[in-house]
Design a binder for this molecule. Structure first.
Ligand code: NAD
Length: 260
């Protein structure tokens, strides 16, 4: 018996089998959840559909989260097929490559707006359109990073967007809590994904992480998936509005020194 037997989960953000969204999908699937996927059009046939099929999922819909119309379209199709959403996963973000290098002070107006729209506002838009299909016990989950609260070199505008995302989690939790719907974020340590490859200096950051984090290991998509099971399931029934760290304890360190 799985912790999520028969639960219906709609997952945004699978790009490939390295995606955090895919780690979460596999973990939810292993616990008995029924899954559906949405991703950007260009990835659907080449990447997302084959992955979905590998775990028996048939719902695969394209959606650019910058479009309210496309979001509403996916939700309507989901509702027609499955009726309700028990678990909604938002695991996506975007910023221009040039805004993830050099100084934050040089961020352009449109680069700032783009990063905020795709990486933070999209959670609000997804929740708003999903709301009619959420019910008491439903769980909404997003992904954040430590750069939301402390300066991480080159993370720049994405750090500001993640700060907005984390604040949005708290406001959404307050709005949806009275209906019994929970909203939380997982703040994951660095993981080698397509999105991470766009951040200048990520290799260095990833390379030194295991020396500095108390648990002395890098973070995997399986680590994130396990915490997602907890947040998606009744085990976290009284947890909402939180940012849960899956970072081997990295965030508790003040001035870590690499050993050796
Ligand atoms: P990824 O590249 O596998 O996933 C990012 C996803 O965002 C892709 O599927 C991409 O298609 C999607 N996306 C971008 N713009 C979009 C748009 N306009 N509409 C719809 N989808 C769009 O990378 P990932 O690292 O798995 O990223 C997932 C989430 O995890 C992101 O929010 C990221 O910031 C966060 N995160 C990543 C790390 C890390 O180190 N990789 C750490 C903490 C948090």
């Amino acid at each position: 018996m799985g912790l999520l037997d028969g639960k219906k989960a709609l997952i945004f953000g699978v790009a490939n089998d390295h995606s955090i969204a895919w780690g979460i999908a596999r973990a939810l699937h292993d616990q008995g959840a029924i899954l559906g996927f949405s991703s950007v059009e260009s990835l659907i046939d080449r990447r997302v559909r084959p992955l979905a099929e590998s775990i028996g999922a048939t719902f695969v819909e394209a959606c650019d989260v910058q479009s309210d119309e496309q979001i509403a379209g996916v939700m309507a199709k989901w509702a027609a097929a499955y009726g309700e959403i028990d678990i909604l996963v938002h695991a996506l973000a975007f910023a221009k490559r040039e805004d993830l290098d050099g100084e934050f002070a040089n961020t352009s107006r449109d680069g700032f707006a783009l990063a905020m729209d795709v990486s933070a506002y999209s959670l609000v838009a997804l929740v708003r359109e999903a709301r009619p299909f959420l019910h008491p016990g439903s769980s909404v989950l997003t992904l954040s990073y430590y750069g939301a609260e402390k300066v991480v070199s080159h993370y720049n505008v994405m750090g500001v967007a993640k700060a907005a995302l984390e604040a949005s989690v708290r406001y959404l939790a307050a709005d949806l809590g009275p209906s019994g719907v929970r909203v939380n974020a997982i703040s994951a340590g660095p993981i080698r994904t397509l999105a991470a490859a766009g951040i200048a200096g990520f290799k260095k950051l990833y390379g030194s992480f295991a020396e500095l984090a108390p648990l002395r290991a890098n973070i995997t998509i399986e680590d994130v998936g396990k915490t997602a099971i907890w947040l998606a399931s009744d085990l976290s029934s009284a947890v909402t509005g939180e940012v849960v760290y899956v970072d081997g304890g990295f965030n508790v360190m003040g001035v870590p020194l690499a050993e050796g």
